[in-house]
Design a protein around this ligand. Structure first.
Ligand code: ARG
Length: 594
């Protein structure tokens, strides 16, 4: 049977295609039965196959009352097995229990798939998603306020989701929805005027830390009614576009941006800023549209939208006539759907904002911008994540100050990994530049991985010793494992490109086969991680890959100097290639040498 080009490299989808044919032939009266195919999970160490089709039981319950030749689900399972079209990917099949159809893949086919990937490149294993363009709204700190660890989580998880979607041929608009608009700017601008009567004197060095500046201006705002009044007028003059006010606003934003960029630069994050201010001209028109649709109503002097199953309304115009976070998000959502033609709009913030997004999406459904059914496109998804905790179990803070400067945090991770690296004999002889590059890769990689490997919803505890441990499920362990594979290949003295062209992979040993099977599951794992927006699925896959390589394959199959050397070198190369792609998708820079 021919495999659609879009499913090449995706084992599960190829099996789904086979089972589609078989299900049709088995029960022609039931059309549109989606094959339920999954990789088998070992139960108490026993696995009946590599993949399993679980349709027999469901089909049986559909047909049992009707005229049917079958006696029970097992018979349906047997027929599904018998009707499976011949394919070189399948070695054997069996039916277990009440009709599970187990498939054992052919060793030869697995080997060929690996070989093909090595020659054509791992991008041929990219999954195909039903979306062409997506917006990922992530990081999104607020000007002049702290960029806290919550923003760090948003930045790290958002970047990985963007990378996974990009790999899967989705065009991603990486949006930094910075909080650069709002009433706090009146206060900041007035304070700036007071401190620097001459605008030429304003620069980062003179202002110093913007958070301290923010606090000082807030104290002034709270204690002096006259200042407060000026600040409130300043907002109006800024929003009215008055020149001096606009210029001061830009200066403040620029200083914040420089600070944010220090974090992005260290982490290698690409983002395009379209802050809240960008959408402000669109708000009146959008509210007008919603008004015409009869969705907006009056509520205690404010203009609001009521949505299903939530007892508080979404406020879109405050009682003083001003717009807010929600009005901006409505305008932004409209813009992303209409102007940017995004089919999937993904937002990353902590779970504290869940209700805001729930209400926003429901309002958009009432407006007809989004379809009522969540399975259709365009689609909006909020990815909420838990808090970052310190070792005391409370919200993460550094020792004395109340907030953690993210740049310091990243620098500390790098410095600690540098110290650890220099304790190793080999690294002592490296040029300074290499030590620096490697400790950055390990330090930043460790911070990212510690965050990504968790299920997003759960709170996670920030702990340098844990994340920088070279044993266990950490980036350090994984990066070292990758470097070790590279060194095996180097030690063989062979040119791996030449081996790729001339040698063949054989998977005769059980552990070679286990490694090969895990490798060819890469594509479906990425597909799952993308579809459900779960980076931890990819982390788990990578960790298991490393474990299978080290504990099974490399412990039991001698590589260099064995009769199977060429084939096994190719398995090493395939593992390193897949690991590197995983690192890339997780935003981690690989290390080749330790
Ligand atoms: N600036 C917000 C915050 O720090 C996050 C913005 C998220 N994106 C959005 N479109 N609302 O909490």
């Amino acid at each position: 049977m021919a495999v659609g080009a879009e499913n090449m490299g995706n084992v599960k989808r190829q099996l789904v295609q086979l089972f589609e044919v078989s299900l049709q032939a088995t029960v022609p009266s039931e059309t549109d039965v989606a094959p339920l195919v999954d990789a088998c999970i070992a139960k108490s160490g026993v696995r009946f196959g590599d993949y399993q089709c679980n349709n027999a039981m469901g089909l049986w319950s559909k047909i049992k009352g009707k005229q049917t030749e079958f006696r029970g689900p097992t018979a349906v399972g047997q027929a599904i097995m018998k009707n499976l079209p011949p394919s070189d990917m399948v070695e054997s099949c069996s039916v277990a229990g009440p009709g599970f159809v187990n498939v054992v893949l052919s060793r030869n086919w697995i080997a060929k798939s690996l070989q093909k990937m090595l020659i054509d490149g791992i991008d041929t294993w990219a999954p195909c998603l039903p979306v062409k363009r997506a917006v990922v709204d992530f990081s999104s700190p607020n000007i002049a306020k702290e960029m806290h660890v919550g923003h760090l989580r948003s930045t790290i998880i958002g970047d990985t989701l963007a990378r996974m979607l990009e790999f899967s041929h989705v065009e991603v608009l990486r949006r930094n929805h910075v909080g650069d608009w709002g009433t706090q700017f009146g206060m900041l601008i007035e304070f700036l005027f007071e401190k620097f009567p001459n605008p030429e004197d304003v620069n980062e060095a003179a202002i110093g830390d913007l958070q301290t500046f923010y606090k000082a201006s807030k104290a002034r705002f709270d204690s002096d009614p006259e200042f407060k009044q000026r600040a409130q007028q300043a907002v109006v003059r800024l929003q009215g576009g008055e020149d001096t006010y606009h210029r001061a606003w830009k200066q403040i934003c620029e200083i914040s941006r420089t600070e944010f960029h220090r974090v992005y630069e260290r982490l290698g994050i690409q983002l395009e800023e379209k802050g809240e201010s960008f959408y402000s001209p669109y708000i009146p028109g959008v509210l007008e549209e919603l008004n015409k649709k009869g969705i907006i109503e009056d509520d205690k002097g404010a203009r609001v939208i009521f949505v299903q199953d939530v007892n508080i309304p979404l406020i879109v115009v405050k009682s003083d006539g001003g717009y807010n976070y929600a009005s901006t998000d409505l305008a932004a959502l409209r813009y992303r759907i209409n102007e940017e033609k995004a089919e999937w709009i993904i937002y990353l913030t902590d779970v504290g904002q869940q209700q805001h997004f729930d209400m926003l999406f429901k309002a958009a459904k009432r407006a007809g911008w989004l379809p009522a059914d969540d399975g259709s496109y365009p689609k909006a998804t909020h990815v909420g994540f838990g808090l970052v905790l310190g070792e005391d179990g409370k919200r993460f803070r550094t020792r004395s100050t109340e907030v953690v400067r993210l740049v310091d945090l990243l620098d500390e991770a790098k410095n600690r990994s540098k110290t650890a690296l220099l304790e190793r004999d080999t690294a002592k002889e490296w040029p300074e530049e290499e030590v620096e590059k490697t400790s950055q890769a390990i330090g930043y990689g460790a911070v990212k991985y510690a965050d990504l490997k968790n299920n997003k919803q759960t709170n996670y505890t920030f702990n340098f010793d844990q994340m920088l441990n070279d044993k266990g499920n950490t980036a350090v362990y994984l990066l070292y494992a990758h470097a070790r594979i590279c060194s095996i290949i180097r030690k063989s003295g062979k040119d791996i490109e030449e081996v790729k062209r001339n040698a063949k992979i054989a998977l005769d040993h059980e552990d070679e086969r286990a490694l090969g099977l895990h490798l060819i599951q890469f594509s479906e794992v990425i597909e799952e991680a993308c579809t459900n927006l779960l980076p931890n699925v990819l982390c788990e896959y990578l960790y298991n890959l490393s474990e299978i390589f080290t504990k099974k394959f490399y412990s039991n199959c001698q590589v260099v100097g064995s009769p199977e050397e060429s084939s096994r070198l190719l398995l090493c190369e395939a593992t390193a290639t897949v690991m590197r792609k995983c690192f890339h998708l997780l935003g981690i820079v690989p290390v080749y040498k330790i």
